[in-house]
Design a protein around this ligand. Sequence first.
Ligand SMILES: [Zn+2]
Length: 1002
Amino acid sequence: MTCDNLRLAFAVRFWALCAVMTMAILTLPICVSAQTPATETFQRDPKQAIDESYTQLIRKYTTAPALNSPLTDYLPASGSVPTPAKVLGDVAGAPDVLPYAEEVYTYFRLLAAASPRVKVFTNGHSEEGREMIAVAVADASLLAQAKENGARLAQLADPRSLHMDDAKAQALIGQSFPVYYITGTIHSPETGAPTALMELAYRLAVDNAPYVQYIRSHIITLITPVVEVDGRDRMVDIYKWHKAHPGQNWPRLVYWGHYVAHDNNRDAMGMTLELTKNVLNTYLEWHAQVLHDLHESVPFLYDNTVGDGPYNSWIDPILTDEWSMLASDNMARMQSFGMPGAFTHGNFDTWSPGYLMFLAGLHNGISRLYETFGNGGADTEKRVLSPGEYSRTWYRPNPPYPTVLWSQRDNNNYEETALLSTLSYFAHNAKFFLNNFYLKSKRSVEKPGNAGPAAYVLAQDDRAWNRQMQLLRVLALQHVEIQRLTQAATVALPPPSRKDGEEPKPGTPPPPSSQTFPAGSFIIRMDQPFSRVADALLDRQFWSPEDPQKTPYDDTGWSFGDLFNAKVSRVTDRAILSAPMSPVPDLSQIPAAEVGPGPFYVVNNSAQVSLASLVYALQGSADVSICEENFETAGRKFAAGSLIIGRVEGSRLKPLLQQFDLAAVSIATQPSVKVHSAAAPRIAFMHTWLSTQTEGWWRMAFDKLHVPFAYISTQAVSKEADLRSKYDVIVFAPVAHTSARQIVDGLPMWGNALPWQTSSLTPNLGKLDSTEDLRPGLSEAGVAHLKDFVQQGGLLITSEDTAEFAIEEGLTPGVFVAPRKTLKVIGSVLNSVVVDNKHPVAYGYDGAVPLYSADGLAFTVSNLTVNRNILTAKEYKRPTGRGGPDDEDAPEGRPAEKAPPLPAPKAWQATPLNEEQERNNPFLIPAEYRPQVILRYAAVKDLLLSGLLENGDPVAEHPAVVQAHFGKGDVLLFANNPVYRGETVGAYALVFNSIINFGHLK
Ligand SMILES: [Zn+2]
């Protein structure tokens, strides 16, 4: 099953127990207390008829009575409102029925046409242009007041508008009703939610049971039935292919969304995907209190809202108690219905805020998530669980069955029952949760005076401007308010943190006690309603190696200032809030600098993300060269790698500079500095058919930066003998968690072919790329073609597992993977240092470069093609003899001969060989073919910036970015992933520098 639990581990931990204990310490609101309607039982309205045929089918498709509840084991009848059967031709969750998004929407629109309790809105479109919708369900009187109610909620969401006046807030709370937002099927192979949500909406609109009436008269339930709408349609195609080919294996869903697969649920920080923006905008436009995301992977219903520690450090403590309250009541209801396998503790830690639901957690709402059980389609299947899934444990006293016949209807029963019961609890406590919503918003505004900091500052800095813009755009997408200093401002700095007993060295000047930020610096004030999300993104993270939680669920560090290579200052001095500043409502309205008369223009290289964008945009219509040394002209200093542009009108250049967040200096004469022509090479982007998940982030970055490429598969490379005639650069982005063997072999060839093609049965497949059979890999022929490509002068760009592939296939003489030993890195931000600042890949960088490392991969380099150890001074241990451990031994009876010193290379250097070792050595790499180390990881004491690092020696000081030489061409190897989740913007230029300097990398 595709699931959210990539790092699944079912260890029971003491930490989880602590989470239970927090339930006992519920935060007291000002004047509204939570009710405890646990005694309320569900009873149908005896006056309302049942839809007998629908109800019979519910019972038929439910595989065991215990897998349903009184809430959903029938369907109330309506004379006017259509049931899901109207569109599905069967009941929700029926076997073999999996509707496309458009069919789901058709039903919701029929429902809205028939019931005044339902309204449908468009909340945006996907990358491929498919619609996303939001459906509001409540009493007609509530829907009629939705706008006025929204205006009241907006005031609670921004207590500055109430002058932080609790009495005014209470009056608004008294008049208002909350909004509970439910999102379905972000993960395309998790297929049950759309039909469950269709039927849930019908029940909420039609059922006259007091239980349901209470919900719809006290809250608005907002539903987005399909979040990943591109992936849903592909998944339905696959399912239809499967049903048309009984007895055969069916293709895997190699593409979900246009760019990424399950990582679409890791975008709540970077905000790169349309679905993330659409959900956040909808959530905030409605001023919803909850965002509840539906998944399938864990039997039978894991309400992972409580999950396990460590919890995210930037959320309001009120939220952690809300999680416990909601989940505790929800699971109590499920137990009261006797439904097995419902629980709320488990392995999911609540540290990373990258999940879709966390959009609410960091915007003063409540994030929730269900993992239910699903079969990846609508087949009814016998499922065999693992002991970790069915064992009874303290948090799962009524566990799932070891084996179960499971249907999509069972899934829908669980999803609807759990949702209805939690909506009921939420409705009965509507005022309590509204008050908490206000309190969390107010406390976010009060952050500078409480936890702090006062603000984050991005100092006015021409060199960082381009990357600052990328970072500020993310904050703007998060609806964070941005301001700009209109005058310089000085703030006091906190005293430096110093380890116990560590005294400053004599003679060292005292550290500065204040800092001045120039006018134009960007200020992210913490006295705003969404201060928490800014704080969570801009602060640094520390995951202790001693933490009881040993299996982090996702990345442990993400500090955006580091990853965007854009310094952010965490300012605790509240004086910053009084500095003269003005709001920046729209970053795109910041005017570009004037470009001047020319005829030449210089764009300084400061590792901007978009120099390649400019080079490709000007390709053929201007002369663009790249300087190879630092130079000065017109009183300005320019770094090696800067672009010198001629034969272009300033009027043509200016909009491009504005589009790409660049600035140019006009000069009258061409500077006398060594240059080469900027390259706009022909790029092929090679993907496997094993997984397109991680390469998708690279593809997205290239698209957004308008760097063109041909998209080809490893199968195409296996058939194309002359790659070099077509391409200059082949980008082989990480596949993630795969081996060189699998890249070459693909999937086993027994069984049937697995097509990924457009057909009348599968109209949504085969658009990005297609194949008649997913199984074949790169093949040995493809490896040979790649080798020919590089040998004939091509550049192959690799990262993480594709770098390991290049090493294993012999494309990188003298580069090896550093042994990891006891190293532990899990999605951390590590520091690196430029080794070769004349190398074009490092143009624009100076000093330290923060890198994202998934698991601590690092390289070693050698002057030999074989990974043979050559004794170094560090490894040498003296023999038994005279003197002490550091003395030299001396033989008796003759004078001692001085031995030649053993080599003492750094961890990032190759060990030099002596003449004895070099003599007639066939493995010796000629000097001009030896690998060049461009970046290395920092020393162990400086290595960790954010996240988890344990036993860092195997990565410390080791090569991180290396250029290997193979024939006439080159292989660029990244131990880090430089293009990841829209978060590693600071490292993008390492990739794009290599592209625009193609042909000049040696
Ligand atoms: Zn999922």
